[in-house]
Design a protein around this ligand. Structure first.
Ligand code: SF4
Length: 346
């Protein structure tokens, strides 16, 4: 396809055929045009704003055994931890003092954080830190549990579907997990009024372009409010230790496609994207990402939340880290916005 035809195609993302998606996912020669158009669209909807979310990794225990993840239950080489409720509130307090207005509580699937405890935490955070949003990223739960979280005041929920194809899902997860259950959880969350985040892992073992096309079709059904995309990166104590890490440029093309097809979504420049290229953060922003999630977890536990081997372990204080982020975001042509930053139209 010549460049003029590609430029016209990019103006009509709702009409992308599977063949169009295949071409835009696979071909690097259209990457620059794709990213330029994605950047134009993000500026139309969100201006230059890049929203900041404070990430608190509340526990690295997990009952699941995803083949790609260093926190998997079968990994016995990891030191496990759980933050106390007081420690979690303390992390929020530090973040709030720095102007952060969204707190993301993230963990593996850990039964120790039961409904009662999570609901009490949500209420406490919402009461103590006025005007803040609480995002949960605690994995698959029952409909009733999600309902309780929502009633307690949680605003958003992140649950990456990773791959929407069941056969591919089973190459990445043990048989007791399923893509159908994951997708149902996402539809449940959406139906309850959560700002709902789906997401995928690019370059995961056994992934094909067909799988990625299916992911975009699934997201067209779900209409997520947030989309997290990161490359597969190996962890030495997992069955996928020997697979090569995913390619940052495939991440950029899928981020840009997400921005075009779902223009109102909040899209993070993920830590994994940043870890896979020295300019990963800036490139992701240029491809349409508009969220950054600095780590507010205690320094002692950051290195224990090792999803993959090369995960950065920001050693500096959050204040210094935020200063650096501000400089990098500004040098890339955008500006940090510390507001609560709900999804466009919410
Ligand atoms: S990806 Fe999530 S659910 Fe799977 S093992 Fe890791 S922490 Fe657990």
């Amino acid at each position: 396809m010549d460049k003029k035809a590609v430029n016209e195609l990019l103006l009509n993302p709702d009409d992308f055929s599977d063949a169009d998606l295949r071409m835009l996912i696979e071909r690097r020669e259209y990457e620059e045009m794709l990213m330029t158009q994605a950047d134009k669209i993000r500026r139309e909807y969100y201006g230059k704003d890049v929203y900041i979310r404070g990430l608190i990794e509340i526990s690295n225990h997990c009952e699941n055994d995803c083949f790609y993840c260093g926190l998997r239950h079968s990994n016995k080489n990891i030191e496990r931890y759980r933050l106390t409720d007081d420690a979690i509130v303390d992390c929020c307090s530090k973040g709030y003092g720095l102007g952060i207005r969204t707190f993301v509580l993230q963990s593996g699937e850990d039964e120790a954080f039961d409904d009662l405890r999570v609901c009490s935490l949500i209420k406490k955070i919402k009461t103590l830190f006025s005007g803040c949003a609480v995002t949960l990223s605690l994995g698959e739960k029952s409909y009733e549990t999600y309902k309780k979280f929502r009633a307690a005041g949680a605003d958003r929920y992140l649950l990456r579907h990773e791959t929407s194809d069941q056969a591919h899902f089973l190459k990445l997860h043990p048989k007791n997990q399923s893509a159908e259950k994951r997708k149902q959880c996402l539809f449940d969350l959406k139906s309850m009024g959560f700002q709902t985040g789906a997401g995928l892992m690019t370059g995961s073992p056994h992934q094909t372009t067909d799988h990625l096309i299916k992911d975009f079709r699934f997201m067209q059904d779900l209409k997520p409010d947030m989309i997290g995309i990161g490359p597969f990166l190996p962890h030495k104590d997992t069955p996928f230790a020997k697979f090569a890490g995913g390619d940052i440029f495939l991440v950029l093309r899928t981020v840009a496609l997400s921005r075009l097809m779902f223009p109102k979504t909040l899209i993070p420049a993920t830590t994994a994207a940043g870890a896979s290229h020295p300019m990963g953060l800036e490139l992701a922003l240029r491809a349409g990402a508009n969220v950054i999630m600095p780590n507010l977890s205690p320094h002692a536990t950051r290195k224990l939340y090792a999803l993959y081997d090369t995960r950065p372990n920001a050693a500096e204080e959050t204040t210094e880290y935020l200063d650096k982020i501000r400089q990098r975001v500004s040098a890339a042509g955008y500006s940090v916005n510390m507001d609560v930053g709900h999804v466009c139209g919410a």
